[in-house]
Every structure is written in structure tokens, then in C-alpha cells.
Ligand binder design. Structure first.
Ligand code: KIV
Length: 272
């Protein structure tokens, strides 16, 4: 399969809005390092998210909460070095933007200055309004994130589908409108009913990127390790696995071990 697009122009926040306007779906995946980011970028992905899911899939933590600003900057820098075309979004980690908008701005500025990414993403609606306003005032594009917001897992107490109840669904719709009015250029909606996500996508003019939010939104995002089948212990209903890299890697490593033990590697041509 070849690259989907032959348009090699850099993807910008403005181009994502144009994609929504002409009904072209937006593709987004996470990446945390140079090598994977460059493969994904050359494959033609529109948006690369340096997600704080790095906490789970790179560092082995149970939640995203331990991730620090320095760690996100390290991952962000590594990804940006591998990318020419995709829009690169860096997640603001837990504790760097909630409650203190001046600190939020300082954190966002560090991400932009040190990683050279295109924009940041943060979780929440009206609760983080001041932080979003301040970051936007500095000219930094903000992607919002509503629904299941993993940094609030201790409040939710479960990774189950959010906003099934009317009150939570109404709050989500209000927050989505607020984020658009404040000037966010796009929103991620995570693990909410497809009908609700589709309604938000219809009511808003900015692109809505879903994960576990059905097909009625403007684009899709998945965590790279999940969709490539590297991580086999996570199988929510919304996840489609496009490869079984866990088995591919295991077989390759086992073959290597066997070759070393059998003195088959290195052979005559593989030495000086
Ligand atoms: O951190 C992450 O990978 C995310 C996606 C699940 C959207 O925020």
C-alpha cells in the first residue's frame, strides 16, 4: 500500500479546519520517538500526537499522571526531529496547567520553545478555561480533550464510557462549545457514545478527532502501540489492530537467540 496522500505540504491547524470543511477525514496517531515518528510521517499521517500515554506504553506506568514536563519535552523533541509533514501536537502533562494559568503558559512556552512542536493539547473544559485563554493569547494553538480524560482517572474511578448520563452529556456539549469559542483549533473526544460525538462534530466548526467515539466525527486517533499490536494487554471495543508486532518482534528475537546459541550468527560475511 502506498502513501495515501501525495500532498507533501506541512499540515497546519488551518489545513485541518479546511479538511473538515471539505469532508476529508483526519488521521492521527501517537508517537514518542524519532524512528517511529519518521515511519508514521512518511506513511502520510496527518497529525502526530506526542501523548502522555507515553507514561503507559513507554514507561510502564498504570496511569498518565506520573509524566513530567521534562519527559514530555524529551519525547516531543525526539518526535519533531523525525517529522517533515504531519502536524505535531504535544500533550501537557498532569499538574502543569490545572489551577494556575501563569504556570500553564510557562509550561506551554517551554514545550513550544524546546520541542519545536506545532501546538499543545490539554484535557478539560470550563475548569481549565483561564489556562487555555492565556496559552492562546501567547499565540500557541490549543487542541482540547473531553470525554474520558485519563488525567482525571482518580476522580472517575473507572475507564468506562463517559457521558452516557444526560447531565454529563450536556456538560460535555457546553464545554465543547466553550473550547471552540475560546479559540481551540480542534478537540479530541475520548470514549463517549457515538451519537453524542457525532452531534458535537455537527454543531462545531472545528475538527473533532475521536478515540472510541464512533465514525460520525472528523477524524480518528489511536495509540500507536495498541494499533500495531505491540501492547497485547489492552483490547477495548474501539481498538482495531492493524498488525501483530508483538509476535513479529518475539519471533525475530527468538530466531536471533537461537542463531547466537548455535554459533550461526555472525557468519563469515558478517565479520571483518
Ligand atoms: O495521550 C494520548 O495518547 C491521548 C490519546 C488517547 C488521545 O491523549
Amino acid at each position: 500500500m502506498s502513501t495515501y496522500t501525495e500532498d507533501n505540504r506541512k499540515v497546519t491547524t488551518r489545513r485541518l479546519i479546511e479538511m473538515k470543511q471539505r469532508g476529508e477525514k483526519i488521521s492521527m496517531l501517537t508517537a514518542y520517538d524519532y524512528s517511529m515518528a519518521s515511519i508514521i510521517d512518511q506513511s502520510g499521517i496527518d497529525v502526530i500526537l506526542v501523548g502522555d500515554s507515553a507514561s503507559n506504553v513507554m514507561a510502564g506506568n498504570i496511569t498518565t499522571l506520573p509524566m513530567t514536563l521534562d519527559q514530555m519535552i524529551y519525547h516531543g523533541k525526539s518526535v519533531v526531529r523525525g517529522v517533515n509533514r504531519a502536524l505535531v501536537v504535544v500533550d501537557m502533562p498532569f499538574g502543569t496547567y490545572q489551577g494556575n494559568s501563569k504556570e500553564a503558559l510557562a509550561s506551554a512556552i517551554r514545550i513550544m520553545k524546546e520541542t519545536h512542536a506545532d501546538c499543545i493539547k490539554l484535557e478539560g473544559g470550563s475548569e481549565v478555561r483561564e489556562s487555555i485563554e492565556r496559552i492562546l493569547c501567547a499565540g500557541i494553538p490549543v487542541m482540547g480533550h473531553l470525554g474520558l480524560t485519563p488525567q482525571s482517572i482518580n476522580k472517575f474511578g473507572t475507564y468506562a464510557v463517559r457521558a452516557r448520563e444526560e447531565a454529563e452529556a450536556e456538560k460535555l456539549i457546553e464545554d465543547a462549545h466553550l473550547l471552540e469559542e475560546l479559540g481551540c483549533f480542534a478537540l479530541v473526544l475520548e470514549k463517549i457514545p457515538a451519537e453524542l460525538a457525532s452531534r458535537v462534530a455537527q454543531e462545531l466548526t472545528i475538527p473533532i478527532i475521536g478515540i472510541g467515539a464512533g465514525g460520525g466525527v472528523d477524524g480518528q486517533v489511536l495509540v500507536m502501540h495498541d494499533m500495531l499490536g505491540i501492547n497485547k494487554n489492552f483490547s477495548p471495543r474501539f481498538l482495531r489492530r492493524y498488525a501483530d508486532l508483538n509476535s513479529v518482534i518475539t519471533e525475530a528475537v527468538q530466531q536471533y537467540i537461537q542463531d547466537v546459541k548455535n554459533k550461526d550468527f555472525p557468519n563469515e560475511q558478517e565479520q571483518y
